[in-house]
Write a protein that binds this ligand. Structure first.
Ligand code: F58
Length: 842
């Protein structure tokens, strides 16, 4: 056993002093006071909320570390297959509340903090979000980590430790302004591992030599070296002792502080500059959502992170002294989008150049190891890198890519002789000017499974962008794993009252580990007290959001109005423009009514939130228009409470936790076929909100699960989009008459200078309306009228909400992770001995 490796007397000493975590209020308080007085060097006389947050976090961190060490020992001892989840983004949000709830000690913390003079809610609010992601893709990775730990899978996340996460958004005069997000001032959730470093090479050149047997060996030499330093973030599972690891790499100069030789030669500035250049690699998250821009620093980030992670993975494998052929039985690596695709090339390089394996043997290992998840069909988001940039930055990798491509095209040629156009279409190297490396194709060729993230999306990639690859590799290589969300954060943490109401009907907290148990609440559909409490909780959540809206925007909204929410990254394909045009249409309609008629209208609050990529002009115009409409509508005496329009600044994970539970209806209205899945749609329904949406992404599966009477679907179908676009360009393109009136109002200056919004209008009217805003406008407006009607019958509405929540079990990320584990990774959970299934604590 592990223990036997330590001699008896030492073992006795170590175990005698074994640290154990706090278990009750008293022990918790003792830990907090100790951290305040020693770690923070303060006292009860100057312990403010920020210091109390720090000490509380440190107390919880200490506890996590103990479980984390034990988990690592257990997983090492079990020596079974692990999965490594490679993602450039992990949008974690806050850690303290999550740690308290997952460990099951929030009540202890609450009473302990109260005795020390603090409210646990205020302390939680002190934490800065860990915002190392853009949107859905990054948040999905975070939900996956929660599920992997909660299900006791031996799993590691690997990412980059950006010094600046996604920018903070300020709204100034209605415009988005980006402010840097420096979040590392005090971060108790990370452990620097200064002993875990990897030196990463860039640039240089390749030389060939021959070994004794005459085999050619490639040597990648020269160039620049940057050091990767590991920072570990513990990931506590819910109601289990399993605490997994997220390892984030930080870059620094390989020569240490700075180059002493240069320093001594009086080149102080340039020695510091080298250091800064190295640190630049992990300095900042690229803030684009569904857009790839092909910047050298981005490719550098990718290789830096991939090479460090693979070195770490291979080092761990080598400790087991197994044959290389067993690598895929010990290691599964999942590529979260194409960003880590270089890992395929890097592993092939390690095996062939450094370990001396034959190409074919190495390639068998590589392809058996990797799986690739695609998150988009948008052409502008598909990664491509110019061959020239590759040649410069990673010369040996480019050679390997050419070889992978050569062997791949040879097999294609054998299977489909004389189809030159097919070879051109599927080549990893695009024969354009300049030549480009197509990363998605490389990811497909180098993986054993490729998955989309919702059924429609997985079907679409098979019939459109990856169609040829289905013919080449067979359809079984392509699969679907519909996304999911963690019910711990998105129900238990974000909506504690609804969670405990559900608990009272399910009979336990087991629905948090088996979300299908939610179906039990359908039995209480006619229980009057339950329904009353349900409605009450929603109102309470809306009051909380109304207070937040007041304090952040100054706008007073009526909590009994219908709250209509669209919060997500701003993008033309997500169609916030459709939403705001719909709001304008509503405003014009109300204005045209008599005061008598207006009395019948359903009061609404339209709530928007989300960041625009800094260089995305159209998205920024949309934000500006929303704010302008808000300032007109919110101050119109004719309108009063009938319509309010607010834009919430700086939408992020912790704000989502306030907004999601407070929605009556939320908007998931992407042009059909463009949103791969969406995950906030799941969060809103799970929190007892209904949704209005297009037949796109996971909306379709949500409909199947909850029933079509419980969702408001509208708009054209994915299969018709292409023809519609074609008709815009080559047929006659008439704008919907109601939308034309909206444009008229904008162009009259109703919402300020029309020039500010000109391109939003012309994109639709004059430039082909690529996202089909006009085609869907009528159906959208009509469906909103149905929403108003339905909301007036509150009893019916509550029935819809309860029924929907009861049927949302499928969308747990636990289900999703189990599908990956079985269908793609082939891994098994490792539980602590004598740990029973289900809830152990909490
Ligand atoms: C999102 N992709 C999809 N990409 O748009 C969404 O439908 C899906 O639910 C989610 O992934 C999870 O599968 C997404 O968020 C990015 O933000 C990338 C960031 C890096 C540049 C390219 C886009």
């Amino acid at each position: 056993s592990v223990e036997a490796s330590i001699p008896e007397p030492q073992r006795v000493a170590w175990t005698k002093h074994q640290v154990s975590g706090f278990k009750d209020t008293d022990e918790f308080e003792k830990e907090v006071v100790r951290h305040v007085e020693t770690t923070l060097a303060r006292s009860m006389f100057n312990c403010d909320e920020s210091a109390a947050y720090s000490a509380t976090s440190l107390a919880f961190r200490d506890r996590l570390i103990l479980e984390w060490n034990r988990t690592q020992q257990r997983q090492t001892f079990a020596d079974s297959k692990r999965v490594y989840y490679l993602s450039l983004e992990f949008l974690m949000g806050r850690a303290l509340d999550n740690a308290m709830l997952n460990i099951g000690l929030k009540d202890v913390a609450k009473s302990g903090l109260a005795e020390l003079g603090f409210r646990v809610e205020d302390i939680i609010e002190q934490e800065h979000d860990a915002a190392l992601g853009n949107g859905g893709l990054g948040r999905l990775a975070a939900c996956f980590l929660d599920s992997l730990a909660s299900l006791n899978y031996p799993a590691w996340g690997y990412g980059l430790r950006y010094r600046y996460g996604i920018f903070k958004q300020e709204i100034i005069d209605g415009y988005q302004v980006e402010v840097p997000d420096y979040w590392l001032d005090f971060n108790p959730w990370e452990f620097p591992r200064f002993d875990v470093t990897v030196d990463i090479q860039f640039y240089g050149s390749v030389h060939k030599s021959q070994d004794e047997s005459g085999k050619t060996i490639s040597h990648w030499e020269g160039g620049e070296t940057v050091r990767a330093v590991a920072y570990d973030v513990p990931i506590p599972g819910y109601a289990t002792s399993t605490t997994n690891n997220l390892r984030l790499w930080s870059s620094k100069a390989a020569s240490g502080e700075f180059d002493f030789q240069k320093f001594n030669n009086g080149e102080y500035e340039s020695s510091v500059a080298d250091q800064q250049r190295a640190e630049t690699i992990s300095a900042v998250l690229y803030p684009n959502d569904n857009l790839e821009r092909g910047k050298e620093l981005r490719l550098k980030q990718q290789y830096f992170w991939v090479a460090a992670s693979l070195y770490d993975i291979v080092r761990r494998f080598k400790k087991s002294r197994r044959a290389w052929s067993e690598f895929p039985e010990q290691v599964a690596i999942q590529l979260n989008d194409t960003h880590p695709t270089l890992a395929i090339v890097e592993l092939q390089r390690i095996l062939v150049d450094l370990e001396g394996l034959d190409w074919e043997d190495a390639w068998r290992i590589v392809t058996a190891t990797f799986g690739y998840t695609n998150h988009t069909v948008l052409p502008e988001a598909l990664e491509k890198w110019s061959v020239g940039l590759f040649q410069h930055l990673l010369p040996r990798h480019l050679q390997i890519i050419y070889d992978i491509n050569l062997f791949f095209l040879q097999t294609v040629e054998r299977k489909f002789p004389n189809d030159r156009d097919l070879l051109r279409r599927v080549s990893i190297i695009e024969e354009s000017q300049p030549k480009m490396v197509r990363m998605a194709f490389l990811a497909i060729v180098g993986s054993h499974k490729v998955n989309g993230v919702a059924e429609l999306h997985s079907d679409l990639i098979k019939t459109t962008i990856f169609k040829d690859f289905v013919n080449i590799f067979g359809v079984d290589k392509f699969t679907n794993v519909t996304n999911g969300i963690t019910p711990r954060r998105w129900l238990y943490q974000a909506n504690p009252r609804l969670s405990s109401l559900i608990e009272s009907k399910v009979g336990s907290k087991d629905f948090l580990v088996d979300l299908t148990l939610l179906n039990k609440i359908e039995l209480s559909l006619n229980d009057k007290a339950f329904r009353k409490e349900w409605a009450d909780i929603k109102l309470g959540n809306k009051v909380r959001l109304a207070n937040y809206i007041k304090s952040s925007t100054g706008v007073v909204v009526n909590p009994t109005a219908l709250f209509d929410v669209q919060v997500k990254r701003i993008h033309e394909y997500k169609r916030q423009q459709l939403n705001i045009f719909g709001v304008i249409h509503r405003y014009l309609a109300l204005k045209a009514q008599t005061p008598e008629e207006r009395k019948k209208a359903q009061p609404r609050v339209s709530i928007f939130g989300g960041k625009a990529a800094p260089g995305y002009w159209m998205a920024k115009q949309i934000i500006h228009l929303v704010n302008q409409v808000g300032s007109v509508v919110n101050n119109d005496k004719d309108i009063g409470d009938l319509l309010k329009v607010v834009f919430l600044e700086d939408y992020n994970v912790s704000k989502a936790e306030i907004i999601t539970p407070a929605s009556d209806i939320s908007e998931h209205i992407s042009t059909a076929g463009t949103e791969a899945s969406g995950t906030s749609n799941m969060k809103f329904v799970l929190n007892g909100g209904l949704i209005i949406g297009t037949c796109d992404g996971a909306n379709i599966e949500i409909t199947r699960e909850i029933g079509e009477n419980n969702i408001f679907l509208f708009g054209n179908l994915a299969e018709d989009v292409e023809d519609l676009r074609h008709s815009h360009t080559y047929g006659s393109h008439t704008i919907d008459p109601d939308l034309a009136k909206v444009f008229e109002a904008i162009e009259k200056g109703t919402f300020g200078n029309p020039a500010d919004f000109a391109s939003l209008v012309t994109a639709i009217r004059d430039h082909g309306d690529y996202y089909l805003v006009s085609d869907d406008f009528h159906s959208y407006v009509e469906t909103h009228a149905l929403v108003d009607e339905a909301y007036k019958n509150q009893e019916e509405w509550v029935t819809k909400c309860i029924t929907s929540v009861a049927r949302m079990g499928f969308f747990s990320s636990d289900r999703c992770i189990n599908e990956y584990a079985e269908g793609i990774w082939n891994i098994e959970p490792i539980k602590e001995e004598n740990q029973s299934d289900g809830l152990q604590k909490g």
